[in-house]
Each structure stands twice: as C-alpha cells, then as structure tokens.
Design a protein around this ligand. Sequence first.
Ligand SMILES: C[S@@+](CC[C@H](N)C(=O)[O-])C[C@H]1O[C@@H](n2cnc3c(N)ncnc32)[C@H](O)[C@@H]1O
Length: 222
Amino acid sequence: MRMQKRPDAEEVRRTRDFYDWWAPFYDATNWLAARLRGASDSAERRKAVDQLGLAPGMRVLEVSCGTGTNLPLLSEAVGQAGLVAGVDISARMLRRCRNKLRRKSDQASLLLGDAAKLPFTDGSFDAVFHHGGLAELPNKRAAIAEMARVTRPGGKVVICDPGLPYDRPARWINRQMLKLQPAYAAPPPVRHLPAHAENVEVSWIRGEGWYLLEFTKSIDGA
Ligand SMILES: C[S@@+](CC[C@H](N)C(=O)[O-])C[C@H]1O[C@@H](n2cnc3c(N)ncnc32)[C@H](O)[C@@H]1O
C-alpha cells in the first residue's frame, strides 16, 4: 500500500511540536553530534558564517535560527551598525534563543514564522543563512525561494544541513548517524535553487557530515 503524503501544514506543525519538545536538549545534542564526528560545534558554525562574506553595517537573516547559537557570530560580523534577524517556527526554541542572547548581551530581531512564508519584503537582507533543518521542511523549493526573495540582488545565501559527499567514500560515523536520521541522506538541494542563483558552490563541513550550499542572487534577480 502506498503511504499517503501528509499535507505541508500538518508536516510543519509536527516539526514545530517536535522542536517545542526538544528545545531543552537541543544545544547539548548538537554539541555531542559534532564531537562524535570529530568536529568542534563552535568552530564549524564560525566556518559556515564566514561563507556569508558579511561586513560591518550589513543586514543578515537566519531562517530557522533555533536556540540562536549562530546569532552572536552574525552580530559580531555586522557590528553595531548592522542588523541581525532570526525566524523560527518553534516558540520554545525562540524562547531559549531570547534567553541566550540576553545572557550574551546580544541583540537580534526575533520572529515566529514559517520558512516557506517569510514575514519580510523582497530584498530586505544583504545575506541569508540557514543552518540545520532544511531536510525537515516539507517544501524545500518554496523555503529556498523565500530565502532568495528576501535577499537583495547581488546578496548571498548560505544553506547548511546534514548530508553525505557524493565525490568520496562516506566516513563510518556519518553513515551510522544517517541510519538514526535517514531524512538527512538527501543530496544538497541544488535542483531546488531558483533560476537567478549564481556562483553556486557546494562544500562539506562538520567532519564531512553536512553540506554547505552557497549562491548569490543575480543582480537582475526578480
Ligand atoms: C536543527 S535546528 C537548527 C537551529 C539553528 N539554526 C542551529 O544552527 O542550531 C532546526 C530549526 O528549524 C526550525 N524549523 C523547523 N521547521 C520550520 C519551519 N517550517 N519554518 C521555520 N523554522 C522551522 C526548528 O524549530 C528548529 O529550531
């Protein structure tokens, strides 16, 4: 019998409920997963953020910002004159994010929202970052289109998520971790990029257990 695919809205609600439940454990499990891959969570996050090419005064958005571990790195890069915003579907992840920013005396505009319907006008940001979670979004094409829509023409989008390199043998630890989370076995979502994506590049981070997909929105991107 063929499995009936759940409608997108139901899938989004299920993921939101899962992260609402997981929020208290999220940071610890993330740190542990990086360690098991022989990588440092904080060093790998910095590496991913560096690919955005941020400079003081820029406006940057993290889609699915979760507990906000990347936001201080983004703030550091854009400085006081810049703007950092974060969107997430889970109120509990955002609550932890707010507390973390308060502890670090950092500031960001945080909004509750769906990656497939971002609450911003076209071209609002110089750069958009997504780090973890794309595999769980029911409509990846729509979410990536939204990330590109809110990026200004010429701006950069960086998307990172678990996956396996296709050009070399996968490491043993990464194969084991994908057995626990088979949804993450999908290839980097290059086929879902909008037509105006330019300078598309894929590299591997977190002990070759995550892809980093980057592109710029063309100057005449609609
Ligand atoms: C793996 S966590 C990544 C969190 C953070 N970016 C990080 O690097 O630690 C995935 C995040 O995606 C969020 N998320 C899941 N579905 C979403 C959706 N439809 N729209 C926005 N955020 C979503 C979850 O609530 C969760 O915070």
